[in-house]
Design a protein around this ligand. Structure first.
Ligand code: NAD
Length: 393
């Protein structure tokens, strides 16, 4: 069976879905790997490194994809008139496609996979069970995004993060507030602490308090009772009511007066991200403060943030809206993502090197979007239970 890896062509994307390490492992599994020339260029994986690991190098995407039984992608393929290149057109009927396919945001594309006879898997729909942890691309990428968000903030910040006592005077430690203490937020806290900042954090889920405190940051509680019911069975946050949001804003506004940098990471699966910082709240920050909106592509946590831009407010606060933060650290993000996909592939490929789609496996069932020309995922089929739909992103 042939596995194809191609260059990612969507805006802001620098990652690639395989690494020399995972190519070697796929070859050991009895798979043939074909990589488009330049596929790993932005992640510093040269064609030579892929070839040494056992891949053959195809001159272009059409050649690589046309031969493939399995296609590994980071982003969903370009379709129709989205760009100069229609990647889906090159895939043969019956090919398996695995990637971060964003099924709820782009349902029409899922229909297109079905019509093209593609068997598509959305890796972000993995259930959060122990067995799936090695495949959990949302976590591997969010972790790096949280790290990079702090470095981007430090870069835009005109001051230092650590306290420094020098002969010329003392520099005060920066005060960082992290909103949303999931995977990205916890890494942001750890990174800001390592840089010497004084860190506080807030989250709607009660479980976050202990995790935040274990990293040496202060937890800001909005409503203890509400926090206890804010977590879904899957470990994600629920959308909070108006009253909670109002109280959260009041509480955070008090903190903003003493804050230099805010990192916002809050997401609600399948929904628009909650607004955590209104324009009035951003105005509470001192000139020179920096806000990072990691949720900018999901609608944004910060009023005034713009995808792919650094906006400076009239008061001189910078709002960083970089798209696809994980891809700004493309080597490690690709290494980890490639490993996630490799681990997922072990579910789809039998010991004989042949494809085996086992619908009794809950990981396969949860991630499979289309099969035999039909959309089959319960999160996308209207008659499915609402719970299943809410857990998709
Ligand atoms: P996420 O990316 O969906 O959201 C980021 C954070 O934003 C979450 O902590 C969420 O509670 C928070 N949030 C949402 N609305 C908010 C609001 N209005 N105000 C403040 N914060 C808000 O979440 P995530 O990072 O993917 O992870 C959520 C949890 O799942 C974490 O505790 C994580 O450790 C856990 N997790 C478990 C597994 C597993 O395999 N068991 C794997 C990955 C993550």
């Amino acid at each position: 069976m042939k596995v194809a890896v191609v260059k990612e062509r969507r805006a802001f994307e620098r990652r690639v879905a395989a690494s020399p390490d995972t190519v070697k492992r796929m070859v050991d599994m009895g798979l043939e790997v074909v990589a488009e020339s330049g596929a790993g260029g932005e992640a510093s994986f040269a064609d030579d490194a892929f070839a040494t690991a056992g891949a053959s190098i195809a001159p272009d995407a059409a050649t690589a994809l046309g031969a493939a039984d399995i296609v590994l992608k980071v982003q969903r393929p370009l379709i129709g008139d989205e760009a100069a290149s229609d990647e889906l057109r090159y895939l043969k009927r019956g090919a398996v496609l695995v990637g971060l396919l964003q099924p709820l945001r782009h349902p029409a594309q899922i229909e297109a996979y079905a019509s093209a006879g593609i068997t598509a898997f959305a890796i972000e729909l993995l259930p959060r069970i122990t067995r799936a942890q090695t495949m959990d691309a949302l976590s591997s990428q969010a972790n790096l995004a949280g790290y990079k968000a702090v470095l981007e903030a430090a870069d835009e910040f005109g001051r230092a993060f650590p306290m420094m006592m020098t002969a010329a005077g003392t520099i005060k430690a920066a005060r960082v507030l992290v909103m949303g203490a999931g995977v990205a937020g916890l890494q942001a806290i750890a990174t800001a602490r390592r840089l010497g900042a004084i860190v506080s954090a807030s989250d709607v889920r009660a479980a976050a308090k202990e995790q935040v405190e274990s990293l040496g940051a202060t937890f800001i509680t909005v409503d203890e009772a509400a926090a206890r019911t804010a977590e879904t069975a899957e470990g994600y946050a629920r959308e909070m009511g108006e009253d909670y949001q109002r109280r959260q804003r009041e509480k955070i506004t008090e903190t903003l007066k003493r804050t230099d940098v805010v990192i916002c990471t809050a997401l609600i699966p399948g929904r628009k991200a909650p607004i955590l910082l209104t324009e009035a709240m951003v105005a509470e920050l001192a000139p020179g403060s920096v806000v990072v909106d990691l949720a900018v592509e999901a609608g944004g946590n910060v009023e005034g943030s713009r995808v792919g831009e650094v906006v400076t407010t009239p008061r001189g606060v910078k709002i960083i809206g970089h798209a696809n933060m994980a891809s700004r650290i493309p080597v490690d993000a690709s290494q980890l993502y490639a490993r996630n996909l490799l681990n997922f592939l072990t579910l789809l490929v039998g010991k004989d090197g042949k494809l085996r789609i086992d619908m009794d496996d809950e990981i396969v069932r949860a991630t499979l979007l289309t099969e035999n020309g039909m959309v089959v995922n319960p999160a996308l089929v209207p008659s499915a239970p609402a719970d299943a739909r809410a857990s998709a992103s």
